[in-house]
Design a protein. Sequence first.
Length: 334
Amino acid sequence: MLTLLTILFLALLILSHEFGHFLAAKILKIRVNEFGVGFPPKLFSKKMGGTEYSLNALPFGGFVRIYGEDTIDLSAIEDPEQSFHFQGFLKKILVVSAGVLTNILIGWVAFSIVLGFGISGGIIVGSVADGSPAFLAGIEAGETIEGFGSADDFLAYVDANRGQPILINDKTIVPRTEVPEGEGPLGISILPTGIEPQSFPQNIWSGLKMTFETLGLIFTALGSFLFNILTGNFGAVDQISGPIGVFNIVRDASQMGSVYFIQLLGLISLNLAALNTIPFPALDGGRFMFLALQKLFGDKMLNRRLEVVVNVVGFLFLMALMIAVTIRDIMNLQ
């Protein structure tokens, strides 16, 4: 049951991006030829309201085919008013950016829910002073202190047992009665983790702030990753997880509790938003780049056939990369 729910949530999360494009096109009266779950070969399809809804064999997300978006021969477009190509620049941008905006919205909602419920925290050792009781006992920075509900509980316990041996993480330590200036009885600094629950609507505004802070961190990491690739450090590709790798991460998080599960789904949604802003063919960032060039230089300055071919090649490359990463994930399964 847990596995089924994990697959369902991941599928909905990935499809939500494409649904953003779909919904924006429908609202702006642009014809949507097909909304596909997965990628071809096609397993099943049904046409409703002028749109074909299909279920496909390759479970790598989904797609939307918008009328006139990739048409090379523009004279073949019989209904310009419903064609993507003949829409104004603003409408095109709204359709192209709707997927990223949908992912950001999902991240915001997920983080707001997490902040509303809060997350029970632990205590992490921030630093250890040389020669201190903690140092002599083998406590290390970054270690999680177990057995305490909060940092206040831990500090009270240590203070009440100065000069007496106590057990911390299966290590015997005697807190000092005489404390050097700038240090505590154990000689460590601690970092409380977890999130205190916030009331509505404070959790909404805090969720929005957390969303953009997280996006900033994601873009920083993404920039570092792309820099490594461009400078020949192809080992950075090992950082990529395919559908199976992501599934295992989400399944593990769901076992920790629903709040951790929601937090991770929000994080994945923001990662999808950031990845799609890369100006690479077939991604939303690539589409945006072509639209910007068309706006600056006009349609006649850009080769329509080249644009379509570049997007197709980019799509095939991304599919090949996803298949390769999936094969690696399967081989790494324990």
